[in-house]
Design a protein around this ligand. Structure first.
Ligand SMILES: [Zn+2]
Length: 207
């Protein structure tokens, strides 16, 4: 009813996807460093307003080989909103991401995971597929040990894990919990034999 979405990849493959919402933020480069250290590719659902505020960081994410998705322009709660409002949020974010990174997103994550009437038409107009998650870290409210425990307990083949490299549209948000969680989680899951893929690789595997 609210448009096509995916929650996970193929359970027969030991691949999983890390996804980060609400960026880019001033601390995103620190996250890129951690991912690069482990040669892990991820998917970043960026807000258009944050891309316009920090275009160089948005570009850095793209040039590091990560996939960029659309997370709306201003991170509104999409319920009880008009189809016109929704279309604006989708198209402004597509435009900002295209202008500053050269990427045309094909994946969309609804702010707060909330979709509403009109989401489907807007998604279709921009050829976007919705991406929900298998497990969410609650990294905006828990400490790093709890985030790591939560995700480690819920991860399985094909899982899409949701974390945040920003905090909605906040300027200079504290994402220390997210960084600590990723520092611990990535080596732990590599040890368990998982392979990290972007959402594109996870949902449309070529091998
Ligand atoms: Zn968000």
């Amino acid at each position: 009813m609210f448009g096509r979405s995916v929650w996970r990849g193929n359970p027969a493959r030991n691949a999983i996807a890390l996804t980060f919402d609400d960026g880019p933020s001033e601390s995103t480069p620190q996250l890129l460093e951690i991912l690069a250290r482990h040669k892990v590719a991820a998917t970043f659902f960026q807000c258009g307003a944050n891309v316009e505020r920090l275009p160089a960081v948005a570009r850095e994410v793209a040039s590091a080989g990560h996939t960029i998705g659309n997370h709306s322009q201003t991170h509104p709660l999409l319920c009880f909103r008009s189809a016109g409002f929704m279309e604006q949020e989708f198209s402004r974010a597509q435009g900002a991401i295209q202008a500053h990174t050269g990427v045309t997103p094909v994946w969309f994550r609804a702010p707060f995971g909330v979709r509403w009437f009109g989401t489907r038409q807007a998604q279709r107009r921009h050829a976007l597929t919705g991406v929900m998650w298998t497990a969410i870290g609650n990294d905006w409210k828990l400490g790093a040990p709890a985030v790591v425990d939560r995700l480690a307990a819920r991860v399985r083949n094909g899982a899409i894990l949701c974390l945040h490299d920003g905090r909605e549209l906040r300027v200079r948000p504290d994402i220390g919990v997210t960084l600590d969680s990723v520092r611990r989680l990535v080596p732990m899951l590599l040890d368990r034999g998982y392979v990290f893929e972007t959402v594109s690789q996870l949902i449309c595997p070529t091998t």
